[in-house]
Design a protein around this ligand. Sequence first.
Ligand code: GSH
Length: 220
Amino acid sequence: MAEEVILLDFWPSPFGMRTRIALREKGVHFDQREEELLSNKSPLLLQMNPVHKKIPILIHNGKPICESHIIVQYIDETWGPESPLLPSDPHERARARFWADYVDNKIFPAGLMVWWSTGEAQEAGKNDFIEGLKLLEGELGDKAYFGGERFGFVDVSLMPFYCWFYAVETFTSCSIEDECPKLVGWAKRCMQRESVAKSLPDQHKVYDFMAEVRKKLQAQ
Ligand SMILES: N[C@@H](CCC(=O)N[C@@H](CS)C(=O)NCC(=O)O)C(=O)O
């Protein structure tokens, strides 16, 4: 029986992007279904993720898997063992999970702060965002990817936020490339992979989306 792989997604979601990248890295064909997240969540979404009611949701042969990092690990365990995203060494695996968790707990909230706030709060968000990226740049060091020579879990986790860089720079008049040149070099290297290039929307389109949401928030 053919496999059925459905991804409930929302195009600007960095969490959705992670799962798209991982599926494409593994060469898995999937049916990407766009949700009307802001206005009208589908009955399938509510049925498959009744706890959080959020995308991304991977539905593999009818069974849901939720939470982007958990989905990426499921994809890694299920398909393409010859091209693993997580390292086999337990300590290296723990380390990769640690940095992916850092992306969720530092980079994402700082990015939201830049997106949703103004004035001092926005400035603090920008500083946090850049501080977090600098720390990640230190972890990257001179390696091609976070795990070494091979594209892996931390790259999948962080890379979606690259398409927020233009918006952060435009909202706060800064240059992330000036602050974190090696990290931007890494991001450009990742963008050369088909899995990444196909999964990330254009940064200007992301900026337009963010600016629109910001306008609505400010009008409230
Ligand atoms: N921790 C979750 C976050 C997922 C998430 O925040 N998804 C957002 C889209 S970016 C969502 O579905 N929001 C709908 C809502 O909050 O109602 C993950 O990693 O998958």
